[in-house]
Write a protein that binds this ligand. Structure first.
Ligand code: ADP
Ligand code: ASP
Ligand code: MG
Length: 402
């Protein structure tokens, strides 16, 4: 008998029929003789709807109250799924995140799991019950409800699989696996049979929302092999693991788009030592994540510093920079929000110098202007206008994955 963790995302449990569809998948797994722990997200667009409800009350809700509100979405799903399982004759019990032992830090809305106490889950399994756990949520030391950030149910599932030493961790979603690009946007996107943790981590971090990047980080750390598959179509999905058997010999594993990008420019900073330290030190002291950095060459004793931050941190970043501006000077601080980051991902890019030029050629042919470029061993990213991003993804995809 194996222990299997199965996670179902929001669209997989969106309505009555989908809940029963999930219940049938879980029931079949159980009836095949396995122990099953199920992790579910909030139904359909529930989380977005709850965020909209909060916005009707205030534009600045406290993060604590937001977590209290958002966690309710997953609580609905676990109860409904446990009921549906019972209708199908499967013994099941629903547990909130904190009942399932998720202890997090205090960072409301982006909490990290500190500890996972699995006693309750294990005792329910020992009573022959399917355990249905609310994803995305936990409890902090103040006994307040916390959430793990958008897409956090994937992380809940991987954490449970790691802590319980599960034999399998299946992430069921609304597409058949991990594709070379978002299959809803790029018709020619191909399903990957396998992908490595590192490549998947990069794709997820660069905007492929099919798996949350922290869940991949955790899977890599604890060696939890993942299977991404469809809850609607029973065909083989994608295996995410440490070393993939690269049967297709593909260098490029995917193209991703991220619109959560703001570009901040500080114009005419004095061209003397220490200025970058003062600017980025100030941002780091407030935990603001800086991504791509560009510095112009000096002219007239000045240079420009241009960099990207997540959209949600842009206003905060500008505020911090204005507070610290006396230390580094600069003529003007600008923030622009209509940009996107488009990236190609694949291990071994460094030893294939042609990749960057083929990517830039594709963008040239699609008449897309590049504002910034960043490269690493495993990816090449460009910052372009957001309105051109889907076209750019298709053009680049067409070159690498015909
Ligand atoms: P869930 O609710 O199951 O967590 P998500 O909406 O978070 O599902 O993630 C699945 C979606 O991710 C798909 O519907 C697809 O549009 C999108 N997606 C983006 N990039 C990729 C990719 N490379 N492969 C597969 N899906 C992708
Ligand atoms: N319901 C949460 C969200 O929409 C968590 C998740 O779906 O993983 O972000
Ligand atoms: Mg998701």
């Amino acid at each position: 008998m194996a222990l299997i963790v199965q996670k179902f995302g929001g669209s997989s449990v969106a309505d009555r029929d989908r809940v029963f569809n999930v219940a049938r998948i879980v029931a079949a797994t159980r009836k095949a003789g396995n122990d099953v722990v199920v992790v579910v997200s909030a139904q359909g667009d529930t989380t977005d709807d709850l965020i909209a409800k909060a916005a009707e009350i205030t534009s600045e809700p406290s993060r604590r109250e937001m977590d209290m509100l958002l966690a309710s979405g997953e609580q609905i799903s676990i109860a409904l799924l446990a009921m549906a399982l019972s209708v199908l004759g499967v013994q099941a019990v629903s547990l909130t995140g904190w009942q399932a032992g998720f202890i997090t830090d205090r960072a409301y809305s982006k909490a990290r799991i500190r500890r996972l106490d699995t006693e309750r889950v294990e005792s329910e399994l020992a009573r022959n019950r399917v355990v249905v756990v609310a994803g995305f949520q936990g409890m902090n030391r103040l006994e307040d409800i916390t959430t793990l950030g958008r897409g956090g149910s994937d992380t809940s599932a991987v954490a449970l699989a790691a802590a319980l030493h599960a034999d399998r961790c299946q992430i069921y979603t609304d597409v058949e696996g991990v594709y070379t690009a978002d299959p809803r946007k790029v018709p020619g996107a191909r399903k990957l049979e396998q992908i490595t943790f590192d490549e998947m981590l990069e794709l997820a971090s660069l905007g492929a929302q099919v798996l949350n990047n922290r869940s991949v980080e955790l899977a890599k750390k604890y060696g939890v092999e993942l299977e991404v598959l469809s809850s609607l179509n029973p065909v083989p999905g994608t295996i995410v693991k440490e070393v993939a058997d690269d049967m297709e010999g593909m260098l490029i594993k995917g193209v991703a788009k991220d619109t959560d990008v703001a570009v901040i420019s500080i114009m005419e900073v004095p061209d003397v030592p220490g200025m970058s330290f003062k600017v980025f030190g100030a941002l780091a002291s407030r935990n603001i994540n800086v991504d791509i950095i560009l510095q112009s060459t000096g002219r007239g004793g000045n240079k420009d510093l241009i960099f990207t931050v997540p959209l949600g941190e842009a206003e905060n970043a500008v505020e911090v920079l204005k507070e610290n501006q006396p230390r580094f000077g600069g003529k003007e601080i600008k923030v622009e929000k209509n940009y996107a980051k488009v990236s190609v991902v694949g291990a071994g890019m460094q030893s294939n110098p042609g990749v960057a030029s083929r990517m830039f050629e594709a963008l040239f042919e699609a008449n897309v202007n590049i504002h910034m470029i960043s490269t690493s061993e495993i990816k090449i990213s460009v910052i372009i206008d957001e309105k051109e991003a889907d076209r750019a993804v298709s053009a680049i995809h067409g070159v690498f994955i015909p």
